[in-house]
Design a binder for this molecule. Structure first.
Ligand code: NAD
Length: 336
């Protein structure tokens, strides 16, 4: 299969690309290598497969519609995994423009290119953050009450709404995956696992928000990649019960789906920190602080819909996942 992976130098995009190449797909990657976090980590991720004969890389921005169209014309992707985005809840309070550029303008360009080049299936990254705070646990897409509490979350909810219009107006099959706190080797330095590991290794205190009462449905990268590939492979049947009278008369019934992709096993953040400390062989002070603006206290994914439709079964325990993450962290940073 010819698969376009956007954000292929990113944490999830690189892991996905590696697995697609391993199973024999032809992969075109695109990434703007922005400096939201250390770009050398992106280069190191890319180095794992940059010379693979079935991989081609383009350094460009999704907001550049012309470059994107040229790429679609030349590569003619059958499936697209859109993982490029400006990620991060806290940064969206500081730099909202970056979210508009990558997550809105960039996403429209992806939708337009997929529509005009008749892509068979667009799978794109949404986020658990669209649910918002104080929601019934576990989170289920079917509950359909989303209250994004950050611009990042709002941009991901907007992606779901935008994809919906392209599915029903232009017959474009789209699937949104709401990722839940992904962790593992080659992870993101702005996310808690690496932030905690850095602090523990340096013997510095860890800031724990919401006075340590957070829980997160940490999901191991290999489980996520398996789920994304199963989703890419599965183009849902058109929904014959689709109500074409609303919101748009005469709309098609092209498949439009949104799923949770999590672990269905939330972990108390304090327990996660303890596991990291055990694995790194050192304990540090925890500074208990109030909740941060835009943050949510708990996340927990109901994954039954993705299990039912594509056989998604996350099976990495938090203990194994943390051990594998720490092994990589030590090697990457040359820590004995
Ligand atoms: P990441 O930041 O590591 O990867 C995103 C990549 O996209 C980066 O390499 C970046 O350079 C690239 N990029 C950003 N804007 C771009 C643009 N306009 N044009 C081209 N490239 C651009 O993030 P990740 O953790 O791999 O996340 C992948 C996707 O999953 C993102 O959409 C993110 O919002 C979503 N997500 C991730 C998590 C998680 O826990 N990691 C949770 C929820 C949602």
């Amino acid at each position: 299969m010819r698969v376009l992976v956007t954000g292929s130098a990113g944490f999830i995009g690189a892991a996905l690309t590696e697995r697609l190449l391993a199973r024999g797909d032809q992969v075109q990657g695109i990434d703007n290598h922005n400096d939201y976090y250390d770009p050398s980590l992106k280069e190191a991720r890319l180095a794992r497969f940059a010379n693979h004969p079935n991989y081609t890389h383009l350094r460009a921005d999704l907001a550049d519609a012309e470059a994107l169209n040229r790429l679609f014309r030349e590569f003619r992707p059958e499936r697209v995994a859109n993982l490029a985005a400006q990620a991060g809840v806290r940064y969206s309070l500081k730099n909202p423009q970056a979210y508009a550029q990558s997550n809105l303008v960039g996403f429209i360009n992806i939708l337009e290119a997929c529509r005009h080049h008749k892509v068979e299936h667009l799978v794109y990254a949404s986020s658990s953050s669209v649910y918002g705070a104080n929601r019934k646990l576990p989170f289920a897409v079917e509950d359909a009450v989303d209250h994004p509490v950050s611009l990042y979350a709002a941009s991901k909810k907007a992606n779901e709404l935008m994809a919906h219009t392209y599915s029903h107006l232009y017959d474009l099959p789209t699937t949104g995956l709401r990722f839940f706190t992904v962790y593992g080797p080659w992870g993101r330095p702005d996310m808690s696992p690496i932030l905690f590991a850095d602090r523990i290794v340096r013997g510095e205190p860890i800031d724990v928000f919401n006075y340590g009462n957070h829980s997160r449905d940490f999901t191991y990268i290999d489980d996520i990649v398996e789920g994304v590939i199963r989703t890419l492979d599965h183009v849902a049947e058109p929904d014959l019960n689709y109500d074409a009278t609303q919101p748009n008369p005469g709309a098609s019934n092209a498949p439009y789906r949104v799923y949770n992709i999590g672990n269905d096993q939330p972990v108390q953040l304090m327990h996660f920190i303890e596991l990291m400390e055990q694995s790194l062989g050192r304990t540090v002070e925890k500074r208990l602080l109030p909740m941060q603006p835009g943050d949510v206290p708990d996340t927990w994914a109901d994954v039954s819909a993705l299990r039912r439709d594509v056989g998604y079964t996350p099976n990495t325990s938090i203990e194994d996942g943390v051990a594998k993450f720490v092994k990589w962290y030590r090697e990457y940073h040359h820590i004995a």
